[in-house]
Design a protein around this ligand. Structure first.
Ligand code: M6R
Length: 361
């Protein structure tokens, strides 16, 4: 049921504030994290995260959180690489497998490999009656509700929200942050659904930008820190939906090659919440502009006031504590792909060549 929306994707984007709030209410009670599984991060020295596609990008984002908030080393792998590389899995490894469907063939095979190596297996899934949930030691639902559109949207933000919660749990279990700090993070996390709701208002600005983006042959997305995986996600969504060639790069990598691609025909989407790396990202953005690149700057009002002069277009986001920015900045990435697909007349919910669940390798 599309409930009045033109596409499932539009409906699922719009549902995010509600599903995020419901999922958080399920896992946070009276300001404390309550998991339905017996998971104690002090039993582990390292975390390995494995997934495909957008779920993999949720893992890449979570690596920043686990490392920065809980000070636990994290490796992230693409499932199709992990399963055939057969990496050594040291004792005291928690292996986390993230999948909307819980049926992705490569992720499931990677899970079976990690299990055979003696790792403790946690799956983070949307479909609870799935092979991954069944074959894990522990499984946590992201509680996004049914996702129909091939492009993953609400599952991504719900994966991020739950993985951030797990990073906070890890931090408590390992004593990496004080109880007060963890509680203040939790309070901020609980504000994200309202901010996501506010950020859905950028739709009109994104629609305008999408008209121009739809004309491009190539697009780059740039971000630093936890916004780097978001740049990858923005590029993946745009490729899937509009068939425009898009690449995400860590801003600092620009001058190591990709800057050669910049000319006036290549829009560059810069994802720049005002975090500790804002100035660095902006200086990369200026290098792009100096070479004639057309910049679409996504930041908050103060960020745009500070750095928006001379850019091609801007999208103004609500202000947010930097740690939580990836959850919020997923919204303009999704909307840009959606509106560009509309402008190009491609099939939004069922893009060519793609399947919702990839159960063959
Ligand atoms: O069901 P899964 O989360 O395991 O699926 C993984 C990928 O196939 C999936 O995220 C894919 O990249 C999406 N179409 C992205 O929008």
């Amino acid at each position: 049921e599309k409930s009045g929306y033109k596409h499932f994707m539009a409906k699922e984007i719009a549902e995010q504030p509600v599903v995020l709030a419901d999922a958080q209410a399920h896992y946070i009670k009276d300001g404390n994290i309550t998991l339905p599984v017996d998971l104690d991060f002090s039993a582990f020295d390292r975390v390995t995260m494995v997934a495909c596609g957008t779920a993999y990008l949720a893992c890449l984002t979570a690596k920043y959180w686990f490392e920065q908030i809980a000070r636990i080393p994290v490796e992230v792998d693409i499932a199709s690489e992990f399963r055939y590389r057969e990496p050594p899995v040291p004792a005291r490894t928690l292996a986390i497998f993230v999948s909307q469907s819980g049926e992705t063939a490569d992720t499931l095979a990677a899970l079976h490999y990690a299990k055979s190596q003696g790792a403790t297996i946690l799956s983070v899934v949307n479909v609870t009656e799935s092979s991954m949930a069944r074959d894990s030691d522990m499984s946590l639902p992201i509680l996004a509700g049914v996702e129909v559109s091939v492009a993953s949207t609400k599952a991504f933000t719900c994966q991020l929200s739950l993985l951030l919660l797990l990073a906070l749990k890890a931090s408590s279990d390992r004593g990496a942050q004080s109880t007060e700090q963890v509680q203040s993070y939790l309070a901020h996390l609980q504000k994200t659904p309202a901010l996501v709701s506010q950020s859905l208002n950028v739709g009109d600005a994104v629609k305008e930008a999408a008209k121009l983006v739809a004309e491009a042959q190539d697009i780059l997305f740039l971000g630093r820190g936890a916004m780097f995986p978001l740049a990858l996600e923005g590029a993946l969504k745009l490729k899937e939906l509009s068939y425009i060639h898009a690449e995400g790069y860590a801003s600092g990598e620009l001058k190591h090659g990709p800057i050669a691609l910049i000319d006036k025909h290549v829009p560059v989407v810069v994802m720049a919440p005002r975090d500790a790396l804002f100035e660095k990202t902006i200086s990369n953005m200026q290098e792009v502009m100096a070479r004639g690149g057309k910049v679409l700057l996504i930041s908050d009002a103060a960020g745009i006031a500070e750095a928006g002069q001379g850019v091609w277009s801007t999208i103004t986001m609500p202000e947010i504590e930097p740690v939580f920015a990836p959850i919020l900045y997923a919204i303009p990435a999704q909307l840009l792909a959606y509106h560009t697909a509309i402008a190009k007349g491609t099939d939004v919910d069922q893009p060519r060549n793609l399947a919702k669940s990839v159960t063959v390798e």
